[in-house]
Write a protein that binds this ligand. Structure first.
Ligand code: ZN
Ligand code: ZN
Length: 407
């Protein structure tokens, strides 16, 4: 693995400390003015303006609609490293009570993408300063629409990973279950693919007092929900992570009518395409079979969302080894199991090798740090130096890494 010199480590340490006040101020500015998925226009404009002020890079706006690609050329030849941040916020009413709380009613950076943008801006500032140590180039990827809009896919389709071609890509997410300054890495599948499920039970509605004259779609829906619990429990291997959750159910209008239709919706989370397709087939078979057993029918529809986020194992080892050298002992962890959340960084990793990792933000408060998407979640500024140092070292060491481990 790559050995970092003490000289380089202290250069990065010093430059990170130097840019930190501006990066924190930028994070809070963004926190104050969050924008929803596909509406990140003012956010993108502010970032592009700031990147041009920093200078030392080419800035291209409007990549994948609201995305920005900026390229920092190194002093010598080498690979192209992509570093990514997401920019969108959520429809959440903020309750942090912070002086920089959201000024946009009902919109909040409850997933901490303000922190990710600040982390990438800080990394850019440090890399511009240390350009003489950069071999190759860095491509900054500020992406829109992570929260369900597949903005990463839009940027890739718009050529964000080409001209020049990105050889390696890195991304991170603040993680409330891990102490500040620590990181979680995981090779292979890291986050799940999500699939939306929609099931409608159709039958013969009737008077509630004469159930024998029709079919009971409410009872059938209940039995389908119950039957679907066996997908993860009995139809998939016990060591294969799967989640099947029915989260919406609608049907009926009165206490004395058995309705002719009941509609259900939910989500399926899986780690591989094979498991996803197997689960979809099982869900369809169970829903149609249960409905048929009761003399009714069921229609089952699936809509595939983000693919699973799969890290390159060597790129993961690379990040782990950098973290072990840059962070205090005991701050670098292998994540024991993947998380069932979905993340559109998956689209970058489908096209180029890289590593997505989690950056701890927990400050040790009683009762635990608020979870992602919670109205009290506020990205912890104290985590920024860790993220910046890892992004910067990954860019600076990429040439050596690829020389020993061609991907
Ligand atoms: Zn989120
Ligand atoms: Zn997020």
């Amino acid at each position: 693995m790559i050995r970092l010199s003490n000289e380089l480590k202290s250069l990065v340490e010093r430059a990170t400390a130097q840019v930190l006040p501006e990066v924190v101020a930028f994070r809070r500015e963004r926190h104050r003015r969050p924008e929803l998925t596909w509406q990140e226009l003012a956010t993108a404009r502010a970032i592009a303006e700031r990147l041009r002020t920093i200078g030392g890079m080419t800035v291209t706006e409007g990549v994948g609609r609201n995305g920005i690609v900026a390229v920092i050329e190194g002093a010598a030849d080498g690979p192209t490293v992509g570093l990514r941040a997401d920019m969108d916020a959520l429809p959440v009413v903020e309750v942090t009570g912070k002086e920089y709380a959201s000024e946009h009613a009902g919109v909040m950076h409850a997933c901490g993408h303000d922190g990710h943008m600040a982390n990438l801006l800080g990394s850019a500032m440090v890399l511009v300063q240390l350009r003489q140590h950069l071999r190759g180039r860095v491509k900054l990827l500020f992406q829109p629409a992570e929260e369900g809009g597949a903005g990463a896919d839009a940027m890739c389709r718009d050529g964000a990973l080409e001209n020049p071609h990105v050889d390696l890509v890195f991304g991170l997410h603040g993680w409330p279950e891990l102490a500040t300054g620590q990181v979680y890495v995981r090779g292979g599948p890291m986050m799940a693919a999500n699939t939306e499920i929609r099931i409608v039970v159709h039958g013969v509605g009737c008077h509630a007092a004469t159930p024998h004259l029709g079919t009971d779609q409410v009872l059938i829906a209940a039995r389908i929900i119950e039957a679907l619990q066996s997908v993860s429990a009995r139809l998939v291997a016990p060591n294969e992570p799967v989640a099947v959750s029915i989260t919406k159910i609608a049907g009926g209008s009165a206490t004395n009518i058995i309705p002719p239709h009941v509609e259900m919706a939910g989500t399926l989370r899986t780690m591989t395409v094979a498991t996803r397709d197997g689960c979809c087939a099982a869900i369809r078979r169970l829903a149609e079979g249960v409905a048929q057993t009761h003399g009714a029918t069921a229609t089952v529809e699936f809509e595939h969302g983000y693919p699973s986020t799969v890290n390159d194992t060597r790129a993961t080892d690379f990040i782990e080894s950098l973290a072990q050298q840059v962070l205090p002992a005991g701050h670098t962890h292998r994540m024991p199991a993947p998380t069932m959340g979905a993340e559109d960084f998956a689209y970058f990793l489908e096209r180029v090798p890289g590593c997505y990792f989690f950056l701890g933000v927990d400050d040790g408060r009683a009762g635990g740090y608020p979870s992602l998407h919670h109205p009290a979640y506020d990205f912890n500024d104290a985590a920024l130096p860790t993220g910046i140092k890892l992004f910067v070292h990954a860019a600076l060491a990429a040439k050596d890494f690829l020389a020993t481990q061609p991907l």
